[in-house]
Design a protein around this ligand. Sequence first.
Ligand SMILES: [Zn+2]
Length: 289
Amino acid sequence: MDEADVRQKARAFVANVDVSNIREDLSPYVTAANAKVKKDELGEGESGYTVTKPNGKHIITVNSIETDERQRFTVCHEIAHIVLGLDSSHEEVPSWSYAKRHPNEIACDTFAAELLMPYQQWLSAAPKEEPSPELIQHMADMFCASFPAAASRFASLSDMPCAFVTMERGAVRYAARSTALRQAGAWIPPRSAIPAGSVAHRIRSSGNSVTETGEVSQDVWFDNWEQGLDLWELSRHYQRTDTTISLLWFDSDELPTVEVNRFGARVEDDGGLAELTGELPWPGRSRRR
Ligand SMILES: [Zn+2]
């Protein structure tokens, strides 16, 4: 099951539920999943779990000492386990950590984001303007979601070429790209170090939990990219967990005009398709001459 399958399944689930009041009340989802939610004081760092009774009813327990926004995310994450039929592996890995998370857990987080921020509601509510910390916080508040969750949603649903990058302990863990950026073939390799010259690198080095926006050269983040064009980076660092997030975006007219073939490789200027090697075409192998 890849990310697109998970999103499709989540949207099919949402389509069968009355979501008109879902930003206030998740119970239509809970009912649709044949579940019930219980609140209990669980250990620190434990967000929740689900027990299925012999009659098939699922009892979702969420940690009452966590924030409302976190509890809502947990309810949706547990519903994902039920609907997708994926077993939990909630070991001692903190939920903010992508580092060692099981693929099932990442799939359930993707499903949860679709439930918390239904894409039709998001698209009609999101201002058609460039992102700012205020805009992302406004969307997070509107959907009772975290700032990183809203930033990630912004990137994946934007018309603009943009990307959302999650970093931990100085390394890239996960990058989500908008359709426009995927079509342009922009690629950020996972597990690479946070690039020097990025806003993320600068604020993490400062050792403080801060949010900053700045303009950086495109080849800082996309190393197979032409130099000299600029992109914007809005970055926030969380000192306690050593987690950094960045939202990257281009002005549409600043995006290099490249064509991508159906294998995701950039098409060469001479008109010939890049040779298929079975390797990812990044970085730089098909740089235009
Ligand atoms: Zn889980």
